[in-house]
Write a protein that binds this ligand. Sequence first.
Ligand SMILES: Nc1nc2c(ncn2[C@@H]2O[C@H](COP(=O)(O)OP(=O)(O)OP(=O)(O)O)[C@@H](O)[C@H]2O)c(=O)[nH]1
Ligand SMILES: [Mg+2]
Ligand SMILES: [Zn+2]
Length: 296
Amino acid sequence: MSEALRRGTLVSGVGSFYTVCTPEGERYVVRAKKKFRHQHLTPLVGDEVEFFPGKNEENGWLETILERKTQCVRPPVANISLLVLVVSPEPVPDLKLVDRLMVQAIRQNIRVCLAVTKSDLDPDLAPRLRASYHASGMPVLSVSSLTGEGLDSLRSFMRGSTCCLAGQSGVGKSTLLNAMFGLDLQTGDISEKIRRGKNTTRKAELFVMDDIRVLDTAGFSLLEIETLMDPAELREAYPEFVPFEGKCRFSPCLHDKEPGCAVSRAVTEGTLDAERVSRYRELLTEVRTRWRERYD
Ligand SMILES: Nc1nc2c(ncn2[C@@H]2O[C@H](COP(=O)(O)OP(=O)(O)OP(=O)(O)O)[C@@H](O)[C@H]2O)c(=O)[nH]1
Ligand SMILES: [Mg+2]
Ligand SMILES: [Zn+2]
C-alpha cells in the first residue's frame, strides 16, 4: 500500500534531516531525496513542500519543494514576506550589514523594517537611526525585551506576515521572540572581551502562531554575504534616490562621483543622510568589482 503525499511547511533542518509541519500542526521528520542535490536545490526553512510521512517509526521523504515566492541567501530562508532587521546599542550596529540586507529584501519585494532593541540601554539609538533611514521609508521601531517597550507595535507590524528576524549575533533576536510570543528559545550573553554575541542560535527555525509566522535565525556578519548584481541595479534598491531620478547632469547616473549629481547635491543640502549615501558608494564599489570578476 502506498502512502499519501502530504503538504507542509519546512520549519527547521539539521544536517540532512528536516522537520515539516502540516496545516493541522502535525510534525514529521523527513529526509531530502538525492534528486535535490543533483538539482543543486537545498531545502530552506520556510519552504512549502510535499512529503511522504514515512511508516511506523521511520523517517519520511521530502518529495517536492513548491515554487518559492521569495528566497534569501543570508539568512537562508524561503517565502518570507517581512524581514525584521535587528540592531542594538551593543554589539555596535553594523549599518553596512543593515543596508545590504535591506537591498536583498527590496529587490524581492520583501517588506523590511528595523527593530532597534535594548532601548533600555540607549534610548537615543532608535531616533538617530530613524532620522538616518527616514528618506528610505524603512520603518524604525524602538523596542526593549527588558521593559516591554515597543513590543505591541512590532507585533502589530508583523501580523499577517511570514517574518524573519535577522542581524548580528547578540543583538537580542531570540530574546525578543521570547518576550513577544512567550517562546522558550535559548539566548546567550555578550562576550566581555570582544563585545559580540556568542552565536547562540545555530540554525533557522520557524514558529507558527495564530496570524504570524516568524523565523529566528543565527546571527551573522558582513563577511558572510556577498552581493552579486549589475551595479546599475543597486541604485534601484535605494528608495530615497527615486525623487532624484532624471535630475542629475548625466543619465544614467549611478550617484557616485559624477559631476552635477542630484544625490550629491541633496547630501550637501542635508536632504539625504550623508552616511547612508557614503555606505551606498562603498557598496557600489564592491558590487562593481564583484560584477567585473563574476566569471573568474
Ligand atoms: N538590556 C537588555 N538586554 C537584552 C535585551 N534583549 C536581549 N538582551 C541581552 O542580549 C544578549 C543576547 O541575546 P540573544 O537573544 O541571545 O541574541 P541573538 O540576537 O538571538 O544572538 P544569536 O542567537 O547569537 O544570533 C542576552 O544577554 C540578552 O539578555 C534588551 O531588550 N535589553
Ligand atoms: Mg538567537
Ligand atoms: Zn546622480
